[in-house]
Design a protein around this ligand. Structure first.
Ligand code: HPA
Length: 260
């Protein structure tokens, strides 16, 4: 089974990735952000999708998350690694740091299409929004290549596209958020609804609003993400052999007893 990689701001290509096919997928939910790039990375089958399209043109609140995740499933992917740029809220985090996310606080406010089950009653368990097994693969891989990562962290998902106010970030800090970003929701829950394993590598591209006195800029986000690219790739490459193992987590059974 191929593994999926979905990446956002500042990571549009994977060095050494050999593209075998560019595939357009039509889904019942509309068009994904781009053609899926199917190919090989260090001999491993990978499907890559740039979340914001190429060139980067789709803002986070307009991404067709349902189509993107559906397309991966249709291509036979069962594990997805999602890479995203985030603002650092936790004082221990610095620009350039990588966090293997373990929790999410959804502040997108219900404005996004966040389920495949609009006409059926389905409640998937989301206690652990990221696949524990896939997270552990990434943590192991980081250790093997001596890459410093933060092995856990809570992501607060906001709708955007504006950045946050100082008071909002102070509030998010108070409720336990470590990083802030605009894409983990509904991506993570949609993967769960299709019984796919999903892990998130968050790359701190800036201090969140009010954490430092500097004005936030999109230029800073993209530049820091580009600097981090080689570390992200190192981590992903080292994790590749793990991604084809048989799944032992409960993601593959997410719909069992979830339907009314
Ligand atoms: N806020 C929200 N989303 C982001 C940020 C931020 O500070 N940095 C990168 N994505």
């Amino acid at each position: 089974m191929p593994a999926g990689i979905i990446a956002g701001s500042g990571l549009y290509d994977i060095a050494d990735f050999e593209t075998v096919e560019l595939k357009r997928i039509d889904t019942p939910f509309g068009e994904p952000s781009d053609l899926y790039r199917i190919g090989r990375l260090n001999g491993h089958e990978i499907v890559f999708l740039p979340r914001h399209g190429s060139p980067h043109r789709i803002p986070p609140h307009r991404v067709n998350y349902r189509a993107n995740i559906w397309g991966f499933k249709e291509l036979g992917v069962n594990r997805i690694i999602s890479v995203s740029a985030v603002g650092g809220i936790n004082d221990r985090l610095r620009p350039g740091d990588m966090v293997i996310l373990d929790q999410i606080i959804d502040m997108t406010g219900g404005s996004r299409k966040n389920t495949f089950y609009d006409d059926e009653v389905v409640h998937v368990d989301f206690t652990e929004p990221y696949c524990p097994e896939l997270r552990q693969f990434l943590i192991n891989a980081a250790e093997e290549v001596d890459l410093k990562i933060h092995p856990s962290g809570s992501y607060v998902a906001v709708n955007g596209p504006r950045l946050e106010t100082k008071a909002e970030i102070a509030f998010f800090k108070l409720i336990g958020a470590d990083v802030v970003g605009m894409t983990a929701m509904p991506e993570a829950v949609l993967a769960r609804e299709l019984e796919l394993c999903f892990a998130g590598i968050a790359v701190v591209t800036n201090y969140a609003a009010g954490i430092s006195s500097k004005k936030l800029t999109t230029t800073e986000v993209i530049e820091n993400m580009k600097i981090a690219n080689k570390h992200i790739l190192k981590l992903i490459k080292q994790s590749l052999p793990y991604l084809h193992k048989e799944r032992k987590c409960s993601c593959k059974d997410a719909l069992k007893e979830a339907r009314l």
